[in-house]
Design a protein around this ligand. Structure first.
Ligand code: ZN
Length: 264
């Protein structure tokens, strides 16, 4: 369901008589989707996922992002999920974490670097799940780099880039971060059916529309939202071309403008 920013559907996805049966919902909360989730695309690779109990902020590059639909100060996440250590993903993470107390869940080296800047962090690495009160998270491989450029042009390497799998309230969300196409994406989709995949399509630094459409085949998600395009001139990947190429691969394709939201 496509919504404008700020809208929230009142429609429940479970039958009326069950939705009102608080006993069953209380006994099996993970089996009943009483609170549809709302994913708002914030521009570039940034997104905001509001569930019944939490607010997850992905790759919050907002300050200096010409496509950003909100300012960092307008967001109050309970958790921040970070795919890798480039400026267009780390963005406002530290400032938001310090202001809200939201921990930044990310890869080991990047977490330590952010911790040194007095952000709250949870350091993880690829492959293993980590349990949280809201569910669980794991990091997948991503074919990309992860570094900050220091004065003088020297790169400070911050471990490996990653994708993020978030399982919460009975749904699975995969944010691919920045990556080239890789066939092991099949394993991510096989492990848990993906309700929402966020895939880069911009070319130059990541997959373009053609490879991202192939990724849809590998991942078999229910829904996909293209990200990481149009922010800067080199990111030429066209979301409509992606939508055309991904058609017929079993996923709903939602091309969201920054500020638009999808409820599922
Ligand atoms: Zn990027």
């Amino acid at each position: 369901m496509l919504l404008k920013a700020g809208e929230r559907s009142k429609k429940s996805v479970i039958p009326h008589f069950w939705a009102n049966d608080s006993f069953w919902v209380a006994v099996f909360p993970r089996c009943f989707n009483t609170n549809p989730m709302k994913f708002t695309y914030l521009g570039h690779s940034a997104g905001y996922l509001e569930t019944g109990s939490e607010k997850f902020l992905f790759d919050p590059f907002l300050t200096g992002n010409p496509k950003a639909s909100v300012k960092a100060a307008q967001l109050n996440p309970t958790y921040i999920l970070l795919s890798h250590g480039h400026g267009d993903h780390v963005g406002d993470s530290v400032a938001i974490s310090k202001r809200t107390g939201a921990p930044i869940i990310t890869t080991f080296e990047l977490a330590n670097w952010l911790e040194a800047q007095e952000a709250r962090t949870v350091a993880m690495n690829h492959g293993g799940w980590c349990k949280f009160p809201f569910g669980r998270v794991r990091f997948t491989i991503a074919f990309h780099s992860s570094s900050m450029i220091e004065d003088g042009g020297r790169p400070l390497y911050l471990g490996e880039a990653a994708g993020v799998v978030l399982e919460t309230e009975g749904k699975t969300i995969y944010h691919a971060g920045d990556t080239a196409l890789f066939s092991d994406m099949r394993l991510i989709g096989e492990d848990a059916p993906i309700d929402l995949a966020l895939l880069p399509i911009g070319e130059h630094f990541t997959m373009g529309p053609k490879d991202a459409a192939k990724a849809v085949e590998f991942l078999a998600p229910k829904r996909v939202v293209p990200i990481h395009y149009g922010t800067f001139p080199p990111l030429v990947g066209d979301p409509q071309e992606f939508a055309r190429l991904a058609k017929g691969k079993g996923a709903e394709v939602h091309v969201l403008q920054p500020g638009e939201a999808l409820e599922f």
